[in-house]
Design a protein around this ligand. Sequence first.
Ligand code: ATR
Length: 275
Amino acid sequence: MDKLDRYAVVGNPIGHSKSPSIHKMFAQQSAQQLEYVTKLVALDEFSVDVKRFFAEQGSGLNVTVPFKQQAWDIATGLSDCARLAGAVNTLWLKDGEIQGDNTDGIGLVRDLISNNSYQLVDKKVLILGAGGAVRGVLQPIIAQRPSSITIANRTLSKALQLRTIFADIYPLECCEYSQLDGPYDLIINGTSASLSNQLPPLADEIVGPDSCLYDMMYGSQTTVFNQWGKKLGAKSCIDGLGMLVEQAAESFSLWRGVRPETAAVIRSLRKELQK
Ligand code: ATR
């Protein structure tokens, strides 16, 4: 029997990654024969491990914390989106060169548009946070042509750095949390505050009855950010589970040339989470 095409998700830690089960569902559903495993890599061995994986005919890698920037350094071919993101979550080999892309932003946008019927065009968008997660999703959001994008961050200088990086493609507005002028149509939480059940210091006035809140995090319970939005009567409060599945679908599609169906996979993961 021919050897199966090999894929893996690389990170440290990696034990709780949902990527193997997501990609196994995609493979089953689209009748693709492949293997997908987790790969724990030592903090100083990322580059060596990745090069060995491809030298040994590995087909593709997803990359997660803390290696996304190192993956960007290794990739010799980068998509425009990945170049601006400064981070890569998908690697594969083409004509002997390591290609890199970042599918997080397209995953977020697809989740909004396809799974939640939410269009970004002409919307007044607020993004909270200015770290790697936010930089990673900005280009695909910009490509949807919202009327404005404001980046608010605790450390204003980091938001201003993003404005400089994206200046050629979009005029990002930057401010501190206390300076926000809402309500906003769409508020995306890209801070890591949710991880510690915290909220950035936000005035209730930034949420209106038509606001949509999107937390890039997810969990078994409604996130603190989405609890806040619900309490204020926001029209919808979405968490990042759909984004997780959609970014995986985009990686799968880059590797296999087949776009998987995501709805059933999202339902299945949601059920698992709520057990
Ligand atoms: P990531 O890769 O998840 O983006 P990061 O680059 O460390 O991680 O960025 C974390 C983001 O969450 C930053 O915007 C950080 O704000 P600062 O730049 O001011 O540090 C934000 N963040 C983390 N905890 C926060 C909290 N409790 N309140 C507000 N912002 C927070």
